[in-house]
Design a protein around this ligand. Sequence first.
Ligand code: HEC
Length: 610
Amino acid sequence: MRGSLALAVWCCCVLIASLLPAQDGAGLYDRTCASCHNGGNDRAPSRDALRSMPADRVLAAMETGPMISMAVRLTTADRRAIAEFVSGKPLGQPLVTTPSAKAMCPAGASSPLTLDGAAWTGWGVDTNNTRFQNTAGIGVDQVSRLKVKWAFAFPGDIQAYSQPTIAGGRVFVGSAGGKVYSLNAQTGCVHWFVEAESGVRSAVTLARVGSASAAFFGDAKANVYGVDATTGKQLWKTKVDAFPVAGITSSPAFYNGRIYIGVRSGEEASGADPQYECCRFRGSVVALDALTGKQVWKTYLVDEPKRTTKNKAGAQLWAPSGVSVWSTPAIDGRRNAVYVTTGNNYTDPATRLSDAFVALDLNSGKILWSRQMTPRDAYTAACRLPDKTNCAESNGPDFDFGSSPILVALPNGKRALIAGQKSGVVYAVDPDNQGELLWQTRVGKGGTMGGVQWGSAADQNNVYVAVSDIGRIMLTYSTATDADPKQGGGMFALRLDNGERVWYTPPEPCGNRARCSPAQSAAVTAIPGVAFSGSVDGHLRAYSSADGKIVWDFDTAQAYETVNGVPGHGGAIDGPGAAIGGGMLFVNSGYPTAGGMPGNVMLAFSVDGK
Ligand code: HEC
């Protein structure tokens, strides 16, 4: 009886739903998306940026992309209505994202890729993560003559966030749309492209495996891929974490036939929802066999979560959780160790390995030592929203490490592991003495998008540190925020051996551009005599290593005619930095989070554009 009544009610509802007029996209957006996309979540692209996307791409974000968990309680019709509202365009105009025949390299142009010569084969150039290119092919005195030689656009994307890599006369890059490209470094023609399951933010790491050159990368669904670097043919694909919102931002570190990579999650954002059972993700480091993709070991950095209390909405809470690894591991052959830096917890009680340097044994994954820099840091996106139900009592301060650890030899013969934190402090610890603190230097105020975000570069004497400290301002007559044009940025050179300041160059003012911040959040890149830093204001600047003077400045936030014929526009530079090798510099532009400008290009520079 009750069953048939329920069925009748259900049928009736389905009928009514199908007869209802078009869904109210604006209302649905306000209820389910606006809390984050109108300024409440620093990592969420802005409302304006979403407007520049095709409707089908917004729909895909909710159905197969990073917004699945935000849209699970919506019907298909709701999702479609939101997609049309957000983009201001009708569905059913899917963008052609396959490179045109004209964009492809001429047949026969693809000789087997070698890894000889000038190269930048992973996140940090080398497995020490120095981001210092000794064989740049660009002299100090030539830097001021760098000009765009070609531009390549990622179709349908509003962000360009994968660190480019270089080898064998080619450049390799992933994209938010999930395509990974191998392009000719001189011309930008496409040698091959492959489709990952989701956005590829990691660098494409290149290495010789067996008799061939291979390329490795990870996607936003926690898949790691190995492909033939000459042809793009897939060798293997391994899902390294089954958690629904687990993903890869870390770049693969290749060493002695193995890949080492960190796993992070988007659960910090899921926690914004008071109904969400926060939180169960466990950050980890994974080692894979580079030839087969088989897992050699996986070490979780947090224990198995257990039920704790219920939140005030009645949802079960879990702890411990979090400790994402956003950074790229550094490898220490001498100590047989792999080093990572870690992110915050999501729920209380917080644990020992969050916001820390962690050393693991290369062979077994056993934790050798750890050094925590910020204890008791549990944070979710709820901590910044009006509904703070799922904000832990410790309430942040959200001082992740996004910066990868840099392993350097000091002038005194000792060694140091260096990384800047979102707290605004740069730390050097001793890899040969259980991570004992060597020095610490404050460079910024710190904050959820603050301090040092994506990392620094080190030459033989100094570490070059860019300061983010992105600020937000409330917009008049609105609940939305925008980037504060008056806060953030600045560049430091610190001595490797004691952290003392060698020079400081203040940020360049923003001018009148909308959505501008002087913050320097992107990873720094160095060559002999010069350090490059990209800014949220869209500029890529070159600083003299000797005195910090700006010797070159290029505004990437403009429209480009692209070699693949796709409309291209630059925006904020954030996340990865420039890759340099063989006389060329490659940088991505477009990063619409934290008030930054969207964009979808990779730019290739050379001396005089030749
Ligand atoms: C709890 C916060 C939050 C909510 C709620 C939320 N988003 Fe997002 N959204 C984010 C974050 C963070 C990102 C960036 C994710 C990334 O780049 O991996 C993002 C990215 C996106 C993107 C860009 C994806 C791409 O392919 O580049 C789209 C489109 C989007 N969201 C749409 C939506 C829509 C539509 C809704 C409502 C159904 C929604 N979001 C709800 C936080 C949120």
